[in-house]
Ligand binder design. Structure first.
Ligand code: NAD
Length: 708
């Protein structure tokens, strides 16, 4: 059976419906490309055909892009270049048709999908919010290799093309129309009707493709202007990627190099660059992370398929602080009305301002209209009482990190909600079991650990209390996390859960390095050069030094000597240094400039030594300790598999995606090497480096985390 259906109209137009067999989405692969080529060659020869329209047979997807599994299977740059050359034939074939063609887009039109569309004579898209058009290739470590780098600048201008390709952007129909990427946008209901009209009445001939703004005349149309754009774009890319991600830079070079070339030469340059990128380990790692995310989204939280999640329509948040305000905003943004409770009206207005500011930012970024933001904002109803809690499906507690306060809140919630309401805590270090211990119906108690800032951090740890939390509660919580657009991982109720537990020895080791006289900024820079978004001290400042200190003691109690905290955090907190929140941390901001806080050194009695070089040894000490803690988590079943660790570390702490995740990185280094290094470090520094049994076992058997 074919993935394309062709229907011929009385006016001799061919309506081609792409409906990939056995799949929920349409994607382009070598086989599909061949099928389409045969179809197009057939239409080309049919003299009766006066025009062609391409539509999708899928619900809200036009074409999701190229088949990523096929791209992942490419093993050499030569093979990659050949694949690109083959795929480039499709839009070229559409361009060469002896009749006009219309791409009628509804739903996502991404990557190879858009590159195909660029070959059409006329493009119409629906004004539906599900219609999103873009080239996200560089986020997967490749570049548009079906002619996108060459055709897009010609269609939308150099600056817009760079914006979309280098930023891996996806645009709504309105922006596509403004930039002339599409020729029209229409309501979904008349998409086909209008497409037919465009061909039947020759409207396609009136399209206006060239965008001649003053800026484009001044900058894009002359060599000097172009080189300015190139220079600026390069600076921006390097600033953003810190040189860790080659794809945007390579895409920039290809776009710049091919601007004045003929099509044949230009496509050859693009294909060559595609081949170079697709075979790199960075590309494989980025695609690996994409698949991890997709797999996490598919998990239900239970192995029993017949347990169905309850629908969360109304929610409550208790505690309107930094986290509560952020969670309330997220929920209302995602269409869930929220009752926001605090003990003080002052705190409530702070929480509401947090939410308002986030909505205002979305308006500024043109992601919401002022009216939409207002309508979402009024979905958060503040209260100092538990009134209106009876009908809620879920309540998330985010009050201060104090066991007795949280226990009291849970008892209050028990009295003010229905027995079916799911009660979740956002605690970061306390035991979920202890928090809900006095409640009747403990089966509905669960942890939902959001990360700070809530609107930015993609991960939510779903904490299941063994033999207490019901399967239905877990399944509902996992579904809820997906509903609000976050990535869930199910974690056992242990101190620090997964992410904070793995972070603890790493932060601790940073303190030991500091004790040895390596400066705060040098340690942070070393970690940033490794690819993490910020170093351990900048992170501690962001989290709050007092919070990190408190958590370090909770974990010391739970895990003993191995996680004995260095006393620096105690000393710094005692001196009143809390981090960013009181602008007294390891860093300090003066007139917007952030710099090391020199007073810290006198508090901890350390003289930073002049150090001209960065040692690989430092990074190994910090990162290998994380790997060791993650191995212990796997041994103890804190999460089920190494892939869960990687989802947690990439989406919860920003572990560099180009390294594929913490466990993937460990495998690339070699578990045997990590084991022998840990043994050496244990002899030098003591127990905190004692290798986990899992590491020892894998090292001795020559195994890897991903395949154990
Ligand atoms: P916060 O101090 O900013 O806010 C706590 C809020 O709880 C305050 O507004 C306070 O008035 C309110 N509150 C106190 N007792 C209350 C009660 N009995 N009923 C209702 N409200 C009450 O704290 P935060 O940083 O938002 O943290 C909240 C929770 O989230 C803590 O458990 C914390 O461990 C956890 N958490 C924090 C972070 C973070 O980075 N800040 C990250 C993840 C999880």
């Amino acid at each position: 059976m074919s993935s394309f259906r062709v229907e011929k109209t009385a006016s001799h137009l061919a309506i081609v419906t792409f409906d990939l067999e056995g799949e929920k989405i349409n994607k382009i692969s070598t086989d599909i490309g061949k099928e389409l080529e045969v179809l197009l060659e057939g239409l080309k020869k049919d003299r009766s055909i006066q025009g062609m329209i391409l539509v999708s047979g899928k619900k809200d997807i036009f074409i999701a892009g190229a088949d990523i599994y096929e791209i992942l299977s490419v093993t050499s740059s030569q093979e990659g270049t050949e694949k690109s050359r083959e795929a480039q034939r499709l839009p070229a074939l559409i361009e060469s048709l002896p009749f006009p063609s219309v791409a009628a887009i509804h739903g996502a039109c991404l990557g190879g999908g858009l590159e195909l569309v660029l070959g059409f004579s006329y493009v119409i898209a629906t004004d539906d919010p599900k219609t999103k058009i873009g080239l996200p290739e560089v986020s997967l470590g490749i570049l548009p290799g079906m002619g996108g780098c060459v055709r897009l600048p010609k269609r939308v201008g150099l600056q817009n093309a760079l914006d979309m390709i280098l930023g891996a952007k996806v645009w709504p129909a309105k922006k596509c129309f403004k930039t002339k990427l599409i020729d029209e946008w229409v309501p979904k209901e008349i998409l086909l009707e209008r497409s037919l009209e465009v061909l039947e009445e020759g409207i396609w001939k009136k399209r206006k493709r060239e965008k001649v703004s003053i800026q484009s005349l001044l900058l894009e149309k002359n060599r000097f202007g172009r080189s300015l754009i190139y220079k600026k774009a390069k600076e921006q890319v390097l600033d953003k990627t810190k040189g860790h991600y080659p794809a945007p830079l390579r895409a920039l070079e290809v776009i710049y190099e091919t601007l004045d070339r003929g099509m044949t030469d230009a496509l050859a340059i693009e294909a060559e660059a595609f081949g170079e990128l697709v075979s790199t380990s960075i590309c494989k790692n980025l695609m690996g992370v994409f698949f991890l995310q997709e797999a996490a989204k598919k998990k239900t939280g239970s192995n029993t398929p017949d347990i169905l999640p309850k629908v969360i329509e109304h929610a409550g948040v208790v505690g309107a602080g930094a986290m509560g305000g952020g969670i309330a905003q997220l929920l209302s943004h995602r269409g869930i009305p929220v009752r926001l409770k605090d003990i003080e009206t002052k705190a409530l207005s702070r929480g509401l301002s947090t939410a308002k500011k986030l909505f205002d930012d979305l308006v500024l970024k043109k992601k919401l209209t002022t009216r939409e933001a207002y309508q979402k904002m009024i979905q958060i109803s503040p209260t100092t009482q538990y009134s209106g809690f009876k009908h809620l499906d879920l309540v998330i507690e985010a009050v201060i990190e104090d066991l007795s306060v949280k226990q009291k809140v849970f008892l209050d919630l028990q009295a003010s909600t229905s027995p079916e309401t799911i009660l979740a805590t956002n605690t970061s270090s306390l035991s979920v079991k202890d928090i809900g211990s006095a409640c009747a119906h403990p089966e509905r108690i669960i942890g939902l650990h959001f990360f700070n800032p809530v609107h930015k951090m993609p991960l939510v740890e779903v904490i299941r209390v063994k033999e207490v939390t019901s399967e239905e509660t877990v399944v509902t919580a996992v579904q809820f996390v997906k509903q609000i657009g976050k990535v869930p991982i199910v974690v056992k109720d242990v101190s620090g859960f997964l992410v904070n537990r793995i972070l603890m020895p790493y932060m601790n080791e940073a303190c030991y390095l500091l004790e040895e006289g390596i400066s705060i900024s040098m340690i942070d820079q070393t970690v940033e050069a490794f690819g993490l978004p910020m170093g351990p001290f900048a992170l501690t400042d962001a989290v709050g030094i007092d919070i990190a200190q408190k958590a370090s003691h909770v974990m010391y109690q739970a895990y003993g000597e191995r996680l004995k905290p260095h006393d620096f955090l105690d000393k710094v907190v005692q001196a009143g240094f809390l981090g960013n929140k009181n602008n007294q941390g390891f860093y300090k901001k003066d007139k917007k400039e952030k710099h090391e806080n020199a007073t810290i050194y006198s508090i901890i009695d350390v003289k930073p030594r002049e150090q001209a070089y960065v040692s690989q040894d430092w990074i190994e000490r910090m990162i290998f300790l994380m790997i060791n803690e993650a191995a212990l988590c796997l041994e103890e079943g804190v999460v089920e598999q190494p892939q869960d660790v990687d989802v947690g570390m990439v989406f919860g702490m920003g572990f560099p995606p180009f390294r594929g995740g913490l466990m993937k990185y460990a495998d690339s280094v070699g578990v045997d090497k990590i084991f022998s290094e840990l043994e050496i470090l244990e002899r030098r520094y003591g127990l905190r480096f004692k290798p986990a049994l899992l590491i020892e076992r894998l090292a001795r058997s020559g195994g890897t985390f991903y395949e154990h």
